[in-house]
Design a protein. Structure first.
Length: 179
């Protein structure tokens, strides 16, 4: 195989389009989960168009290792870029549940001091009464929330789930302001 400038430029184009294609796919999946049908359909159309152009250039000569590696590498990098876009620019919310046997109220106070809205509920666990704490927060705040809990009770049970839709309450918006 002879490597030419045109061949290198084609491989770079395949790589860049595959990165864009896969990053768009990741964002499209997030948009689908938010029920934004029209935007998801538009992104799907663009994604399919890019894919068709890229795959046509790859499959016409599968012995061209440079194009094949550009395609595969673009897919891998596109996954990473898509996740970075999602983490940085798309505000997603989660619901955290904390269960404590002994220090539930103290954890709630620490979370409130850290700026989180918390609902306290008493529950019945296997070994008796527990305090259940629930709070809705932005995904990027999970580490801070867990740190605040662990400082009060390192053995507290913590569960974090995707929050598909939220309304009202004590939740920060994408700009860090409470709404």
């Amino acid at each position: 195989m002879v490597i030419t400038l045109d061949g290198i430029l084609l491989a770079l184009g395949i790589f860049a389009l595959r990165v864009l294609n896969n990053a768009m796919g990741t964002v499209r999946i997030v948009i689908i989960t938010r029920q934004q049908r029209f935007l998801a359909a538009v992104l799907a159309f663009i994604e399919a168009l890019i894919f068709a152009v890229v795959i046509a250039n790859v499959v016409k000569d599968l012995s061209n290792i440079l194009n094949l590696m550009a395609y595969c590498g673009g897919f891998a990098v596109g996954s990473y870029v898509g996740m970075a876009i999602e983490a940085r620019f798309i505000t997603s919310y989660v619901t955290a549940t904390v269960i404590s046997v002994t220090k539930g109220h103290e954890i709630a106070l620490a979370l409130r001091d850290a700026g989180f809205g918390v609902t306290e509920t008493l529950g019945e666990g296997r070994d008796g009464t527990v305090t259940m704490l629930r709070c809705v927060l932005m995904r990027r705040e999970v580490g801070d929330m867990m740190k605040a809990v662990r400082e009060v009770e390192p053995e507290a049970f913590i569960s974090v789930e995707e929050a598909r839709a939220i309304q009202h309450g004590w939740v920060r918006n994408a700009h860090g302001q409470r709404r």
